[in-house]
Design a protein around this ligand. Structure first.
Ligand code: TXA
Ligand code: MG
Length: 348
């Protein structure tokens, strides 16, 4: 948490590097453990404001999904193109029918298996959904998040909230309130600080609108897990930029150039450039003297995923020439990590 439980206040401490954009709002920091702050967060949403919220994956930038003006403001705050649709977060499986139509029984089976949790289902949208949410598309992305604070807000307000990741367009998703502020302070009404995100990478997106089940973005729920519940094959097409506009090749980027390479090449870069580059290694510092720019990542996938964006955010504040990261294993269950690294990395 950033601060102790004092009612919401503007962020004043100099703990984080603020982006150099124009600040035109006072961004409040609200605390998830304060009932008054949760109530204030609900008021902000009801008034059509922008509230960054914790989810189990990454922080989201939320607005009332039934309020087109409020949703438009999300695009402005992030600098996001209007043709990139948003995911709507709902409080329960029952709420699916408010936002989607022609819902196949399998959607309910997948929701029963993986919700609340990091699986977004693309379904045919209901006519009442404002166009701005789906960028005019015929489908809508829906998920019930597993963060207790956001679930409470959704239940108390009775809303669905549209929420992309709470970062400026193309940048790394935030996994803490401090990272949200580093990118969006002065552009949003408040951030609700619910601590660090447990999962750390964005949800799996499953397109259920066609004949085939297709994963449009790899995530914490794997193709194999979905196939097991579905009892049939799940496609993971490599080229799906058209279906998911946010899936552009360059995305999720730190400001510092990131190179992903085998261990020897990473160590050679460190040897050549010294403290001007950071190295991110898997298990053990390989005899390097420990410093802010020598980072060891956990070998287990869940812990690695949880640490990845935080590590890149932290290294990004050090004004380094480059970040060299050891390529993680090509093992089962790591597809989402490789997907994000491929988008974040510069060519060697
Ligand atoms: O874990 C997550 O999914 C996080 C948290 C906040 O829930 N959200 C997130 O949202 O990552 P965002 O907007 O940063 O990424 C969602 C992706 C975008 O690439 C968007 O284009 C795609 O999902 N998407 C959303 N609705 C869609 C739709 N109807 N059709 C195709 N793609 C869609
Ligand atoms: Mg995003």
């Amino acid at each position: 948490m950033l601060l102790s439980c004092a009612p919401g206040e503007a962020y004043k401490r100099g703990m984080i590097a603020l982006a150099t954009h124009k600040s035109d709002k006072t961004t409040l920091v609200l605390h998830a453990q304060c009932d008054e702050d949760i109530a204030q967060a609900g008021d902000i949403l009801r008034r059509g404001g922008l509230l960054a919220v914790p989810t189990e994956t990454v922080y989201g930038l939320a607005a009332d999904a039934s309020n087109a003006e409020a949703v438009k403001a999300i695009f402005t705050a992030k600098g996001r193109p209007a043709d990139h649709p948003l995911i709507v977060h709902i409080a329960s499986v029952d709420a699916l029918a408010r936002w989607a139509v022609n819902i196949p029984p399998l959607a309910y089976e997948l929701a029963a298996a993986f919700w609340p949790g990091p699986l977004t289902l693309l379904l045919p949208r209901a006519a009442s959904v404002p166009d701005v949410v789906t960028a005019g598309r015929a489908s809508i992305g829906l998920r019930m998040p597993a963060h207790p604070v956001l679930l409470r807000l959704l239940q108390e307000t009775g809303m669905g909230v549209a929420a992309p990741s709470a970062n400026p367009y193309k940048r790394l998703s935030p996994t803490s309130a401090a990272q949200v502020l580093a990118g969006l302070n002065g552009r949003i009404d408040a951030v609700l600080d619910g601590g660090d995100c447990q999962v750390g990478l964005e949800s799996t997106i499953l397109d259920m609108t066609g004949e085939e089940l297709r994963i449009l973005r790899s995530g914490p729920v794997t193709a194999a897990q979905i196939a097991e519940v579905a009892g049939r094959e799940v496609q993971t097409p490599l080229q799906h930029d058209v279906a998911v506009p946010g899936n552009v090749a360059v995305h999720y980027q730190p400001r510092t150039p990131l190179f992903v390479a085998e261990r020897e090449q990473v160590l050679a870069a460190r040897h050549a450039r010294g403290e001007r580059v950071a190295v991110v290694l898997l298990g053990g510092t390989a005899g390097l003297p420990e410093s802010a720019s020598v980072v060891c990542m956990p070998a287990q996938k869940p812990a690695y995923a949880q640490a990845l964006y935080r590590t890149l955010h932290e290294l990004d504040t050090l004004a380094l020439e480059a970040i060299w990261l050891e390529r993680p294993p090509r093992a089962d269950g790591w597809a989402d990590v490789h997907d994000r690294l491929n988008r974040a990395a510069s060519p060697l």
